[in-house]
Write a protein that binds this ligand. Structure first.
Ligand code: GLN
Length: 382
């Protein structure tokens, strides 16, 4: 067998999401770990996909994506954030959010560059940065409020800082950035050549009447940002793996140089189906209300238990502290919960490079009410 001289990702194993899903399946546990809905997509969307497949749209889409879809995306961004992106030159359809993130990092990061991330951080930011020779600098947000001390973030900035990666709303903490956060970010990057990669895949899942503040609302941020979004989250179809990246023309040009040799183009009929389906804004504007009902079902089901509910302002993840139930580390507690109590969750320590354990786990509530009720029944026994 030929031995690889050196792994490019020596620290990396299978992601915690895949691990916990596998453990859930092995133990017939209710899977509240990996973030995906267990309910079907809208039949209207399925019919549109069926229609475009049968109509014979079987060949390559243009490299940047199908024009009707890019036009609908541009309209959505303008209506939601009053920001203008040219559909042809500033929006690129990708094979999901993760691929857009990978491509943006590949576009920018070179040996010796520094990239600032906020922990708890989604799992792909760090390995992708390191794959391209970058070094990650971290600001740690901690329980219970996961707020950002921007004076500390400033200290991480150096003349090597190439990129700041945001995840807003934040997976796993369920926090959203407020106006002050965004203004602090503006003051950090203004006049510098620092880029921003803003992972906003949960942008349409924000609760209690709060507003999602996208980087594209702020001209000083928009001009340097790769804005990433995901149809998987928007239309309950994570397995279709389609997302997009919106960025100013000069950034999009560079992004597409990488994209064309990695993915080239994304499947044609589904892009056309999304374009039609997006014409009715209600198909995504109802999402916050839809998931807020599920969040509240989960929160009320856990109130009165020994789990401590942390704030959940957005995403479809609820973070809970379990100190009053167990003194085990989160990974061991999550394991025990899956095997003995048949509910799979994700331990928060996996979102920190140093595996910081604050006795917090993440529960996904993108599930049928019935699934949530069953999980709650088991959790209430603890
Ligand atoms: N985004 C999903 C989550 O946070 C995981 C996707 C994956 O398994 N890589 O659970």
């Amino acid at each position: 067998m030929i031995q690889l001289p050196l792994s490019k990702l020596s620290k990396v194993g299978t992601t915690i999401f895949s691990q916990m899903t596998q453990l859930a399946n092995e133990n017939q546990a209710i899977n509240l770990s990996q973030g995906f809905p267990d309910f079907p997509a809208d039949p209207q969307l399925l019919n549109l996909v069926d229609h475009y497949i049968k109509k014979g749209f079987n060949q390559y889409a243009p490299m940047g994506g199908m024009m009707p879809l890019k036009e609908e995306i541009a309209k959505k961004i303008e209506n939601s954030h009053q920001a203008v992106y040219h559909p042809d030159t500033e929006i690129t359809i990708t094979s999901g959010g993760t691929q857009a993130i990978f491509t943006a990092i590949a576009t920018l990061v070179k040996d010796g560059d520094e990239v600032i991330i906020f922990e708890p951080a989604y799992d792909c930011y760090e390995p992708t940065t390191e794959l391209f020779g970058g070094t990650v600098k971290r600001f740690k947000m901690t329980a219970p409020d996961y707020s950002i001390d921007w004076n500390e973030v400033k200290k991480l900035v150096s003349d090597k800082t190439k990129l700041i990666i945001l995840n807003n709303p934040n997976n796993p903490a369920g926090k959203i950035l407020n106006e002050k956060d965004l203004q602090e970010l503006v003051s950090i990057v203004k006049g510098t050549s620092i880029f921003i990669l803003s992972d906003e895949v949960y942008e349409n899942i924000v609760f209690d009447g709060k507003q999602h503040l996208s980087v594209c609302k702020y001209p000083e941020l928009k001009e340097r940002s790769f804005l990433v979004a995901s149809f998987g989250k928007l239309f309950h179809v994570t397995g279709w793996k389609i997302g997009y990246c919106a960025a100013p023309k000069n950034l999009t040009e560079e992004f597409r140089k990488v994209h064309q040799f990695n993915v080239f183009s994304v499947n044609t009929p589904i892009q056309l189906a999304f374009a039609d389906y997006m014409k009715n804004e209600e198909n995504y504007l109802h999402l916050s209300q839809f998931f807020q009902q599920k969040r509240d079902l989960m929160r009320s089901g856990l109130s009165g238990t020994s789990f401590e509910l942390l704030d959940c302002e957005g995403t479809y993840f609820q973070a809970v502290k379990y100190d009053k139930i167990s003194d085990k580390k989160d990974i061991d507690f999550a394991h025990e919960l899956t095997v003995n109590h048949k509910v799979a969750t994700v331990p928060f320590s996996y979102f920190y490079e140093d595996r910081l354990n604050e006795n917090v786990i993440r529960l996904c509530f993108a599930k049928e009410d019935e699934t949530l009720e069953k999980a709650l029944e088991n959790l209430r026994k603890l």
